[in-house]
Design a protein around this ligand. Structure first.
Ligand code: SAH
Length: 239
């Protein structure tokens, strides 16, 4: 990958090397253009939101950190003596994680990764967003089933972005929205270079629960955040 299709990886590498990075912009046809402060990808345990700290506390056994980015969660888990494997599709992010001391890092696409089974699969910072669309959730759950050990858990956080359709009176009107309202198309831009567009999913807890159930999984809400966000634990249905 080059900067053309991996703006975030480049931003991560720059911040790691120089302690600062240029603006990492997120472009979307639906939402206003936004920015990801690159520093947040390097957050310490103390700087993490409660949802992430609780997820790290609940992570047990051999942990798979999916879309690990700059490795903040893998480093925190390693620091607690928990065995963790970090995977990321970005070679630059993977190289940075190795330099930062993440011991077990693999350059892998989660959807095609064929590894050992894990007791905890971790997908944080809206990590389940990489699924892209609701229609891809069944294929995603097949992969989770392949990678999850007996008694294992998937811990993921997401936001219900219905609030972007809220009017001045606080009513949420989704009638004009085509398809599932949490399906976004994004494009990242770094140092003036735009990456390719990619689908990104913000899934609400009820939709995720329904889709999980259809694939043989149970969903439990572990924690509700302060802005339409939640941490879910997904496990194989018992019995
Ligand atoms: N979880 C990290 C980083 C989030 S950014 C954090 O909380 O800070 C999302 C990361 O997912 C990026 O580093 C991106 O390269 C990676 N990613 C995107 N699609 C992926 C896929 N299919 N498999 C593995 N990693 C992926």
């Amino acid at each position: 990958m080059t900067i053309e299709n991996d703006p975030m990886g480049q931003a991560i590498a720059d911040y790691h090397k120089h302690g600062k990075a240029a603006q990492l912009r997120v472009l979307s046809p639906v939402l206003e253009d936004d920015e990801i402060p690159v520093k947040t990808l390097f957050r310490s345990l103390q700087e993490m939101p409660a949802i992430e700290r609780v997820a790290l506390e609940q992570a047990r056994g051999h942990i798979l950190d999916v879309g690990a980015g700059a490795g903040c969660h893998s480093l925190a888990l390693q620091g607690q003596g928990k065995p963790v494997t970090a995977i990321d599709i970005s070679p630059v992010a993977v190289a940075t994680m190795r330099e930062r001391g993440v011991v077990d890092v693999l350059e892998q696409d989660f959807f095609t990764y064929d590894g050992p089974r894990f007791d905890t699969i971790l997908m944080l910072m809206n990590g389940i967003g990489i699924v892209g669309t609701v229609s891809r959730l069944p294929a995603f759950f097949m992969q989770v089933d392949r990678l999850l050990a007996d008694g294992g858990q998937l811990l993921c956080d997401s936001s219900d972005i219905c609030y972007i359709y809220e009017d001045e009176d606080g009513f949420i009107d989704l009638t004009g929205v085509e398809g599932y309202y949490g399906e976004m198309t994004y494009q990242m831009q770094y140092r003036g270079v735009k990456g390719s567009t990619f689908p990104w999913l913000f899934v609400d807890a009820d939709t995720l629960r329904e889709q999980a159930a259809a694939c043989g999984f149970d969903l439990e809400i572990v924690l509700v955040g302060d802005h339409y966000d939640y941490l879910a634990r997904i496990t194989r249905r018992r019995g």
